[in-house]
Ligand binder design. Structure first.
Ligand code: MN
Length: 243
């Protein structure tokens, strides 16, 4: 089968769903449980919690396969690097330049992927709406208000060439900024904290949206959990936000 045909078959939707759901549940659980210092955080809601905006099958594959793969890679990489294995992930990312050269690029990709997805699950599972309190005030002060933030964020996400992320970062003082990153790079690598972010890799939306990334970006706001984002904001200002 040619790559094109395989892709066509893969995204035939119903057949993919039939294949994945026919797999024993145990197979996904095993994929999600690599051994080592890094572990897959459980999804804090059901796979279908973000329906209809993000479909359950996308969530299941994204969490149980894509995120789990980053963790498996990380654990393999640090097996022979005990000092790295003992470091908190955010320290590894903030000090990439000090990491062993042989695994530095791998740590950047898989470590960034682990951090980005750990954040991503936390800030979804909500009902959208708008931020409140000091977070709402900061969105207005630093990003021109929620409508402008959404437009700028969606524009930045649409402009990411290939794969990457769009983030809102915060510093210890609570000042917000919009930033996009290629691949699995993280603002943690620049000494910033991530308030929230959206994954614009095709695996995050292709089953439901195919090539319509802007439609995905638009719909994603409907599943943001602003209460969780506010918790992250308070933690960042208190100096206790890790990932
Ligand atoms: Mn992803």
């Amino acid at each position: 089968m040619s790559a094109m045909n395989r892709r066509a078959a893969l995204f035939a939707g119903a057949s993919l769903a039939a294949t994945v759901f026919a797999m024993p549940r145990r197979a996904l659980a095993q994929a999600a449980a690599p051994t080592g210092p890094f572990t897959l955080p459980p999804l804090p809601y059901a796979f279908n919690a973000n329906e209809p905006h993000i479909d359950a099958l996308t969530m299941e594959i994204h969490h149980g396969r894509h995120h789990a793969a980053f963790i498996g890679n990380l654990n393999n990489m640090v097996k022979d690097h005990g000092q790295v294995a003992a470091m908190p992930l955010e320290q590894i990312l903030a000090r990439l330049g000090e990491m062993p050269e042989a695994i530095r690029t791998g740590l950047r990709n898989s470590g960034g992927g682990h951090a980005n997805h750990t954040m991503f699950w936390q800030v979804m599972g909500g009902k959208g709406g708008a931020p409140a309190g000091d977070l709402a005030a900061a969105v207005t002060r630093d990003l021109g208000g929620l409508d402008k933030l959404k437009a700028d964020f969606n524009g930045a996400g649409a402009r990411v060439f290939g794969s990457g992320w769009v983030f809102v970062t915060t510093d210890r003082a609570g000042k917000l900024a919009l930033v996009s990153k290629p691949n699995q790079d993280s603002p943690l690598m620049d000494g910033q904290h991530v308030l929230f972010g959206n994954d614009v890799w095709e695996h995050a939306y292709y089953l439901k949206y195919q090539n319509r990334r802007p439609a995905y970006l638009e719909a994603w706001w409907n599943v943001v959990d602003w209460a969780k984002v506010a918790e992250r904001y308070a933690a960042a200002k208190a100096g206790s936000l890790r990932i």
